[in-house]
Design a protein. Structure first.
Ligand SMILES: *Cc1c(COP(=O)(O)O)cnc(C)c1O
Length: 357
């Protein structure tokens, strides 16, 4: 069988979840949207459920997948409902629901669903994506209460630049949030992963860690708390072919790499159809046979080439780590001009193998 695999370390996942709670001294919703950033939402949620305060997903389809797998913990829909007809299912399956727009508030006012809802009322504190305008926030809160259909409201907002330790906008967003919720007695939630790791002053009864659960840093530079994360996914495969080239020979599509010296080239069963980034350039780190080496030439759909010149012990069958505990996904992402979030979400075709139950 093709040796490409993603190993998922559930013990590391639990370690990272505990770190999020420890750093924030708050309750934590484990964000498992987009199939747990490619790590498998059901398996990850089952591994966390004994200790997790709840989960967060992007939409009701993702929430129902967790419920169907037997997850009983709270599940928050981060974008609420997309159409009012979802409210019946939200009530039936005991889901928590973000309200980020006035049309959603109106839908709750008009619904005939009578089971009390838990609503996370989202403020636009400066990101200008979704969320209510600060001038509408108090009124929206009062209107939600007046419906008689809402038993609990959590006040929330989302940071645009918490991954930039020097950005003043995060302090400004905190100030806008605090002003908008003045006089409202309710729990609140502001912090995503970079918020948990770098913004301890942001108020939060609830935090919403995503990328940090999977052990990848949201920051470009080193950060002391992020250094405590444990990578969860190891993307691995094997060398399937080796050849010796003299200096001056091209490798791969487009001849983007020309051997500068006699070069031993290894071919690895991994390509962009697996989600490995096609834009990763020559020089992107890999581990082969326990040693650090690098990608050469263009990534193909099912294969990529690596330099074995300085790893003479590597041969057909040698194990390759594309990212994991030794090659960080965030380093591969940076090389490819993207972020670890996208690297993980792009993963496909490779089987996921779980350990550390
Ligand atoms: C995705 C998401 C998160 C998690 O963000 P990370 O940066 O991965 O921690 C938190 N809150 C909201 C509203 C989100 O959409």
């Amino acid at each position: 069988m093709r040796p490409a695999r993603a190993l998922i370390d559930l013990q590391a996942l639990r370690h990272n979840y505990r770190l999020a709670r420890e750093l924030s001294a708050a309750k934590a919703l484990a964000v498992v949207k987009a199939d747990a950033y490619g790590h498998g939402a059901v398996r990850c949620a089952l591994a966390l459920e004994p200790e997790a305060d709840g989960f967060a997903v992007a939409c009701i389809e993702e929430a129902l997948e967790l419920r169907a797998a037997g997850i009983k913990a709270p599940v928050l829909l981060l974008e609420g409902f997309f159409e009012a007809s979802e409210l019946a299912l939200i009530a039936e399956h005991d889901l928590w629901c973000v309200v980020h727009s006035l049309w959603q508030l109106e839908a709750i006012e008009q619904t005939r669903v009578h089971k009390p809802l838990t609503v996370w009322l989202k403020l636009d504190s400066g990101m200008h994506r979704v969320g209510l305008h600060p001038k509408d926030y108090h009124e929206a809160y009062q209107r939600l209460l007046a419906t008689g259909r809402v038993s609990r409201i959590v006040l929330m907002s989302h940071f645009a630049r918490a991954d930039e330790p020097d950005a003043e906008t995060t302090e400004q967003q905190i100030a806008v949030f605090n002003a908008a919720r003045e006089g409202l007695v309710a729990e609140c939630s502001l912090r995503n992963s970079p918020g948990v790791l770098a913004w301890p002053q942001a108020p939060s009864d609830w935090v919403r860690p995503g990328i940090m659960l999977y052990g990848a840093t949201p920051f470009e530079a080193e950060q002391p708390q992020a250094a405590r994360l444990q990578p969860v996914m190891t993307l691995q495969s094997r060398v399937i072919s080796v050849r010796e080239l003299p200096a001056g020979e091209p490798v791969g599509y487009g001849a983007k790499f020309i051997s500068p010296r006699p070069t031993r080239v290894g071919v690895v069963a991994m390509g962009y159809a697996d989600g490995y980034p096609r834009h990763a350039p020559t020089g992107t780190p890999v581990m082969v046979a326990g040693k650090r080496s690098q990608l050469i030439g263009r990534v193909s759909m099912d294969m990529l080439c690596i330099d074995l010149t300085d790893v003479p012990e590597a041969t057909v069958g040698s194990p390759v780590e594309l990212w994991g505990k030794q090659v960080l996904a965030s380093d591969v992402a940076q090389q490819a001009g993207t972020i670890p979030y996208q690297i993980f979400c792009n993963l496909r075709r490779v089987p996921l193998d779980y350990y550390g139950e």
